[in-house]
Ligand binder design. Sequence first.
Ligand SMILES: [Zn+2]
Length: 204
Amino acid sequence: MKSNKAIVKVMRPTQKAAGIAPLIRDMLGKLGEDPEREGLARTPERVEQAMKFLTSGYGMDIRQIVNGALYEVKYDEMVVVKDIEFFSLCEHHMLPFYGKMHVAYLPKTRVIGLSKIPRIVDAFARRLQIQERLTQEVAQTIQEIIEPVGVGVICEARHFCMMMRGVEKQHSGAMTSAMLGDFRDRKDTRDEFLALVNHKGNGF
Ligand SMILES: [Zn+2]
């Protein structure tokens, strides 16, 4: 497994981002709109700002996010952070997909500050993504940082590209998972995770 891949992928926001607004103005025209009308006059700049934020994960450094919040402990029970809300953009249509992620790991020698896990999720969600890769990247990053006995990630999401475009609406909700170490190899570990997540009961 290419273990360091998820962590080292830090890209600085490109200077070219400043050039997005004119492209949006052009697009509005091509869509048959009048980019000069009052309601749209400042839309290109707003879209540019929104897109910069929604893709700000490219500029996030995972090590900086973790910032040393790793603690040596003698704790070997499963740690589960449930119902982490996330918002992402699908790389095929640049339309939102959003949902919840459940992240668990079995510590070996150390744990991470709990608040860091949602921030790691955000760092990968705020990029152009597919749900499968987002799920894998979160799992691999937790694995690389904490080096636990195993990691489990379950992701439930709804995709606007399916919901809004009217295709296969019944499949607009999708579930993905990534299981590493004991979560992959041991059924009892996986079952414990699934029972703790109990995703039928979370109202999604
Ligand atoms: Zn899509």
